[in-house]
Design a protein around this ligand. Structure first.
Ligand code: ADP
Length: 516
């Protein structure tokens, strides 16, 4: 029995041993498998991977990607790095590897240039890389691991970008215009050389300085509002302002700003250019003074012609049918008076224009019945209207206004005579006086004339603006009337608006505050 049990024990131990050996085998197989898998990953990786052993940095492991990159074949495995690839000398790689080996610190670099001989040909590449210390089980550094990526294409692109940015900056710097770049809140962080030369300040000083320091006090508020408007709406900016130079003189500039946007249309920053227009402004001022002088000189004789014509008309009034050698004197004098009246109006417009620009247009405000003024104005126009267009007035509101009677009359004459002038088919003109919003009366002047294109509507209130060159010869005028009318009405707290359909007619609406 005892023998039997010994035999059993022996066979048990053998079985155990066999099982243990089998387990160890499978463990070894597993480890081999894992090792192979790692090797596969390392060797098939597109990253450049190598392990350098010992102080001599002997190439112990190098994957296909790094061998291809070095361009010396796999015979270099087992050789010290600096012997295998001597051209690396002096490019900084060796020093970094030794630093990792001696200090154990990880080194990381981006787009580091490296020249090497690939199959005998010199090649410049750029690398992103990690150098990592490799330690044994006791923690002692045995070598250095390299994981790198060849980023030459990306680095080339960056270099090209840097170069073109440099060229652009040089171009901007040497432009005679003053260029600034500002962030989305309007704070300028770049001023080109022209700015620095003009103000005598460095870029840093200009960046620190508030814009209001170099803008003329008279334009400060205006500039502030224009900038605010552009920043809130994202619309282009265009304004004229005087900018202080290094000698303490203000010079006129035309400033334009645009928002630069990203792909989805979000504003990234603002670029503005300021061009000096001092000489233009001076010339413009000279021309204006000349016009003012000429108009003044012309007005005196014309006014006296009008006086004599009126005198003759009143003398002839007693004998309306009087004829000198068959010429109907009264009718002809009437025509002369109309023409002189027109001429006086044109000359007065030019004089008013310079007055308004110099802020010299004075208003003599008094209370009067608006409807009466409209009636009178229309009577006068009817009297001198040789085209005999019919003008129909309807009053749904009777009201008083506190305004300059003469100036409001001038606006009415301008708008009603325009309605006649730009209605060559002489259709009727309707004038409606009605209540608008609270305390505002509107005078609507509607014609069925040539009409105005939609894109011209806002422009007709600009100084000297006349629609279409084809109208120039057809309809007499300077393009000042609506500008003046608009300024006059604005200064009375009102506004003028227009609605029109090209070819069908226009409706001008004058809105004014009324008293009762
Ligand atoms: P102008 O002296 O040329 O009439 P305005 O300033 O009074 O100058 O008007 C500016 C321009 O607006 C005119 O040249 C004309 O083209 C256009 N305009 C004004 N009123 C009318 C209207 N009732 N119908 C069509 N066009 C008009």
């Amino acid at each position: 029995m005892e023998n039997d049990s010994r035999t059993d024990h022996k066979s048990d131990t053998t079985e155990n041993l066999k099982a243990e050996i089998k387990r160890l085998h499978s463990l070894l197989d597993h480890e081999k498998e894992v090792n192979n898998r790692y090797k596969d990953i390392v060797h098939s990786s597109p990253s450049l991977i190598a392990f350098l052993k010992g102080e001599e940095l002997v190439i112990d492991i190098a994957n296909k990607a790094i061998l291809d990159n070095w361009g010396k074949g796999d015979a270099i495995i087992g050789k010290p790095l600096m012997k295998a690839i001597p051209e690396l000398e002096g490019q900084g790689f060796y020093e970094l590897l030794m630093k990792v080996y001696h200090t154990g610190e990880v080194v990381q670099a981006y787009e580091m240039p490296g020249t090497h001989l690939v199959n005998g040909v010199k090649k410049l590449d750029y690398f992103d890389f990690f150098y990592q210390p490799q330690r044994n089980l006791q923690g002692k550094i045995e070598g250095v691991g390299i994981i790198a990526t060849n980023v030459s294409a990306q680095a080339e692109l960056h270099n090209q970008l840097k170069e073109s940015e440099l060229k652009l900056r040089q171009l901007i710097d040497f432009m005679p215009h003053k260029i600034t770049i500002a962030d989305t809140s309007g704070n300028s962080y770049y001023f080109n050389r022209s700015w620095q030369e003009y103000t005598g300040l460095s870029m840093a000083d200009l960046v620190k300085q508030d814009r209001s320091k170099y803008v003329h006090p008279k334009e400060k508020e205006y500039v502030k509002n224009c900038v605010k408007q552009a920043l809130t709406t994202g619309e282009d900016l265009e304004l004229e302002m005087r900018i202080l130079d290094k000698n303490g003189n203000y010079k006129w500039h035309l400033t334009r700003g645009i928002a630069l946007r990203d792909k989805v249309g979000k504003i990234i920053n603002w670029v503005s250019s300021s061009t000096e227009i001092q000489k233009l402004k001076e010339d413009e001022r000279k021309k204006e003074n000349f016009l003012k002088l000429v108009s003044h000189e012309l007005k005196t004789p014309v006014t006296s012609i009008k006086g004599y014509t009126q005198l003759l008309t009143s003398i002839l009034a007693k004998n309306k049918e009087a004829k000198v050698k068959n010429i109907p004197m009264s009718a002809y004098l009437g025509r002369i008076e109309n023409q002189v009246e027109r001429q006086i109006r044109l000359i007065s417009e030019i004089l008013d224009l310079s007055r308004i620009e110099e802020n010299e247009l004075e208003f003599n405000k008094q209370e009067f019945v608006l409807n009466e003024l409209i009636e009178e104005t229309v009577q006068d126009i009817r009297h001198s209207n040789i085209e005999s267009t019919s003008i129909i007035i309807s009053n749904s509101l009777n009201c008083n206004v506190l305004a300059d009677r003469g100036r409001i009359g001038q606006v009415l004459v301008n708008i009603i005579t325009n309605a006649i002038k730009y209605s060559p088919d002489k259709k009727e003109i309707f004038i409606n006086i009605e209540k608008e919003k609270e305390n505002f009366v509107s005078i609507k002047v509607k014609d069925s004339g040539i009409g105005i294109n939609e894109n011209e509507l806002a422009k007709i209130f600009q100084r000297f603006y006349r629609v279409g060159a084809q109208n120039e010869g057809t309809y007499a005028g300077f393009g000042i009337g609506l500008f003046l009318s608009n300024e006059i009405i604005k200064r009375h707290g009102g506004s003028i608006n227009v609605e029109s359909t090209f070819g069908e007619g226009s409706e001008f609406t004058i809105s004014l505050p009324y008293i009762n």
